[in-house]
Design a protein around this ligand. Structure first.
Ligand code: NAP
Ligand code: MG
Length: 492
């Protein structure tokens, strides 16, 4: 078989390994999973298929590391120094990690670089934040001193999806390690190699063995065993609502907390005074980023009726120019992650067309894109009926839905009329309207005259409704990854 002209026999596939207690290891069953390059549809590496027994070993290692003096005696500032060192190592290994991330996920190479740089920025941010977390003193009786302190949960389990492995891993690990937790991470079977590599760099950065463990394997095996493990103290999950419900049940079973980030159907509202030449390129780029496989993709555009024709013309032109190609060629978008995601996205489009929804514009696939890769074209549809799956469900592909509106009230109603509430965009130059609408939207983040799909290390991020609960990123994440203790001392 060939991959970009390189012949790879199954014996030559690069072997990646899990990381348990500071040691690179195979799963106890010895079974492996082939990693497929979405750009070619061909295997290029293998990972261990970790079992429940491996999960047990990793959680025990994380538990032991929590109590080890090597970790527990570090001050917050010393943990921060290690996070800074890790950021530095990621930057030194940027070329290698960016290529790996792009090859593994299919995203264009420049986006792979962006993800590696953002990951380094997370570790820098939380390295700096580690010793800035303070408690309160509370005025009770004059002969008492009452105070609050923030302590780690203990062993944190993190389940990471395939769309942004490096970024999502970094935002969790940065905050959780800053607060003194230990971690067991289960990245997705479809894309996890950058996470393995970065965890090995963490050892080099001085994180003691067992503080950061990586279990590779299947969600329903390793992921499920990790979520139900009674030795886990807190779970953080990013992925689909269905699996999110299972994670929450597992957390409830063990009476522990969890944060869930479950995607969205984020609206972009374009009012009649919006600058279309500024808004539409941002809307298109943010949707096509990572082939639309972004939880915060602004995939529903609500356009004021007066701008409808002009918006359609401009988006048609924009989408027609969008080319999908292999990660190495750094086109507008890469392939989707796997064959089933490709089928799923294409099925949404086929259904929309069968239901008579106009396809307003469509991009192309580069003629030299390998035929076995998981490519689909960028597409924009409209007007999409509000109740249609294309306007309600997370497609997770390069598909934009346009919906017209006439009044501000109608725009707010439409924007809120899905089960999700992750991010929203508001495009207007009327400051009063922008503020009113931002307050009326049921959404974890609202951007005005800009849109930050996926961006913003400093910005608290998370959803309401079916998009989940809890906040990651920014200083808020340090609260999620710690528990508040109140201490009262009588000095009477
Ligand atoms: P998913 O099944 O929810 O996968 C997310 C993570 O959960 C992966 O690490 C997965 O591992 C793991 N997992 C799967 N089943 C599990 C279980 N029973 N217990 C514990 N962990 C489990 O998502 P998907 O199937 O990859 O994608 C399906 C849809 O979810 C997408 O089309 C998209 O709409 C949505 N999605 C959203 C996000 C987001 O950022 N919010 C990310 C990815 C997907 P394995 O992959 O190894 O099975
Ligand atoms: Mg892959």
């Amino acid at each position: 078989m060939t991959e970009f002209g390189t012949t790879l026999s199954s014996r030559e596939l690069k072997k990646y390994r899990a990381l348990i207690n500071g040691l690179q290891c195979d799963g106890s069953s010895g079974e492996t999973i082939e990693m497929i390059c979405p750009s070619t549809g061909l295997p290029f590496a293998t990972i261990p298929r970790c079992s429940a027994a491996d999960v047990g070993r990793a959680v025990s290692a994380a538990r032991a590391a929590l109590g080890s003096s090597e970790w527990s005696s570090l001050s917050a500032g010393q943990r921060g120094e290690r996070l800074h060192r890790l950021a530095e190592l990621i930057t030194q290994n940027r070329d290698r990690l960016a290529e790996l991330e792009a090859r593994d996920t299919g995203k264009p190479l420049s986006q792979g670089y962006g993800d590696i740089d953002t990951a380094a920025q997370y570790f820098r941010f939380y390295g700096g934040a580690a010793d800035k977390v303070t408690g309160d003193t509370l005025p009770i009786a004059t002969d008492h001193l009452a105070m609050t302190v923030r302590e780690p949960h203990g062993v944190v389990a993190s389940i990471v999806p395939w769309n942004y492995p490096m970024q999502i891993f970094a935002r969790v690990a940065g905050a959780a390690l800053a607060m003194g937790n230990t971690l067991v991470v289960k990245p997705a079977e479809d894309a996890c190699l950058s996470v393995i590599e970065t965890a090995n760099l963490a050892l080099e950065a001085g994180f003691p063995p067992g503080v950061l463990n990586i279990l590779t394997g299947l969600g329903e095996e390793a992921g499920a065993a990790l979520s139900f493990n009674p030795e886990v103290d807190f779970i953080t999950f990013t992925g689909s609502p269905d699996v999110g419900s299972m994670i929450q049940s597992a957390a409830a079973r063990n009476h522990i907390g969890c944060t869930l980030e479950l995607g969205g159907k984020s609206p972009q509202i374009v009012f009649e005074d919006a600058n279309l030449d500024k808004a539409l390129p941002v809307i298109q780029d943010c949707l096509l980023m990572n082939g639309g496989q972004t939880c915060s993709a602004g995939s529903r555009v609500l356009v004021h009726q007066s701008l409808w024709d002009e918006a359609i013309d401009k988006l048609r032109t924009g989408f027609r120019s969008a080319v999908a190609g292999p990660y190495k060629d750094d086109r507008d978008l890469g392939p989707l992650i796997n064959a089933s995601q490709l089928r799923r996205v294409n099925a949404f489009c086929e259904q929309a067309e069968a239901d008579g929804i106009p396809l307003l514009g469509e991009g192309t696939i580069a003629p030299d894109a390998p035929v076995e890769g998981y490519y689909t074209t960028a597409k924009v549809y409209g007007p999409v009926p509000v109740e249609h799956p294309l306007a309600q469900d997370e497609v997770f592909g390069p598909v934009l839905s346009l919906i017209p509106f006439r009044t501000e009230e109608e725009a707010i109603h439409l924007a809120n009329a899905t089960a999700y509430g992750l991010v929203a965009g508001v495009w207007t130059h009327d400051i009063s309207r922008a503020t009113r609408v931002a307050k009326a939207l049921r959404s974890g983040q609202v951007f005005v005259n800009t849109y930050g799909a996926g961006g913003g290390v400093e910005l608290p991020f998370g959803g309401v409704k079916k998009s989940g609960h809890g906040r990651e990123k920014g200083f808020e994440a340090l609260k999620e990854f710690s528990v508040l203790k109140t201490i009262v001392v009588s000095h009477a």
